[in-house]
Design a protein around this ligand. Structure first.
Ligand code: SF4
Ligand code: SF4
Length: 86
């Protein structure tokens, strides 16, 4: 599978400006926890590739570490996580 076709991480590929634009777009997003919906199950912690999620009383996102990848959104069965523009 050739790289630079938009399927890699952030869609990056040599000689294409398009992929970099996709990456910037994703990095501009931040996971936000709905405090009233989170049941503190912890299911989102391990799937986060950057270790941006921790459990306090509810899940908490480290905005510095979050890349807006969306993995936590997909895993949260309670629907407590959304991606918002930074
Ligand atoms: S998976 Fe959802 S409900 Fe569970 S701790 Fe994470 S945000 Fe809260
Ligand atoms: S969007 Fe990605 S990087 Fe951000 S908290 Fe969720 S899993 Fe982690």
């Amino acid at each position: 599978m050739p790289r630079g076709d938009g399927t890699g991480p952030c869609g990056q590929g040599p000689g294409t400006g398009k992929g970099n634009g996709d990456c910037e777009k994703k990095a501009a997003m931040l996971a936000v926890i709905d405090a009233g919906t989170c049941v503190s199950c912890g299911a989102c912690i391990d799937p986060c590739p950057t270790g941006a999620l921790n459990i306090k009383e509810i899940a908490v996102v480290d905005a510095v570490k979050c890349t807006g990848c969306g993995a936590c959104v997909d895993i949260c069965s309670a629907g407590a996580i959304a991606l918002k523009p930074r």
